[in-house]
Ligand binder design. Structure first.
Ligand code: SAM
Length: 187
C-alpha cells in the first residue's frame, strides 16, 4: 500500500494515527495477545495505539501515559505524566508485575543533531525497558519503537538482560527512510 494510503485508511477507520497499522502488524505476527490482557501504553498521545488495542481486544484494560494531553478513549485510563514518574501513578503502580503487554511508541523531541538525538532516544528507550521489565508479569510482552542508529545494538543487549526472547521488526507501514524499528521482547 502507498504510504499516504495508511493515513487515509486510519482516518476512515476513526484512528487518531497511522501508527496503528505498525502495531497491528507486529501484534498479528506475535499472535500471543489475549482479549483480557492488562496493557500499558507508554507515550500514548494522540491515542492511536490505545484505540487500536481497545478495539481489537475489547475486554482488555488499557492504561496510557503521555507528557501531552490526550482526548479520552472509552475504556482507557489516561495519565498525563512522564514515564519517569510512573511509580507515582497509583492505579498503574498497583498493577506492578501484572501487566500482560507494554507497548511504547515513545519518541523524544528531535533536535536535528544526530549524536544528541541518538543519545536522547537511547536514554528514553532504556528507561522504557526498565519500566516494562518491572511492570510486566513473567511471560509478558514488550513492543518498543526505537531507531536504527549506533546505539541499537547496545539497546538490544540491554533488553536481552531482562527478556528471554528479543526480536526486531520493521513493519510494512513504517516508512523505509524513517529509520524507525521495533523491538519485541518476551519476559
Ligand atoms: C509517536 S508519538 C505516539 C503516537 C501514538 N502511539 C499513537 O498511535 O497515537 C510519541 C509520544 O511520546 C511522548 N513522550 C515523549 N517523551 C515522553 C515521556 N518521557 N513520558 C511519556 N511520554 C513521552 C510524546 O509526547 C509523544 O506523544
Amino acid at each position: 500500500m502507498h504510504l499516504d494510503s495508511w493515513a487515509q485508511k486510519a482516518k476512515q477507520m476513526g484512528y487518531r494515527s497511522r501508527a496503528v497499522f505498525k502495531l497491528e502488524e507486529i501484534l498479528h505476527t506475535i499472535k500471543k495477545i489475549k482479549n483480557n490482557s492488562i496493557v500499558l501504553d507508554l507515550g500514548a498521545a494522540p491515542g492511536g495505539w490505545s484505540q487500536f488495542v481497545k478495539k481489537k481486544y475489547p475486554n482488555s484494560r488499557v492504561y496510557s501515559i503521555d507528557i501531552l494531553d490526550m482526548q479520552p478513549i472509552d475504556g482507557v485510563s489516561f495519565f498525563m505524566d512522564s514515564i519517569e514518574n510512573i511509580s507515582n501513578i497509583e492505579p498503574i503502580w498497583k498493577l506492578k508485575g501484572d501487566f500482560d503487554l507494554v507497548i511504547s511508541d515513545i519518541a523524544p523531541n528531535l533536535t536535528g543533531i544526530n549524536a544528541v538525538d541518538s543519545e536522547n532516544i537511547f536514554e528514553l528507550n532504556k528507561l522504557t525497558i526498565e519500566v516494562a521489565s518491572s511492570f510486566l508479569k513473567t511471560g509478558g510482552y514488550l513492543v518498543i519503537k526505537t531507531f536504527q542508529n549506533s546505539m541499537l545494538k547496545s539497546l538490544r543487549k540491554d533488553m536481552e538482560l531482562s527478556f528471554k526472547i528479543v526480536q526486531t521488526y520493521k513493519p510494512a507501514a513504517s516508512k523505509k527512510q524513517s529509520g524507525e524499528i521495533y523491538l519485541y521482547g518476551e519476559m
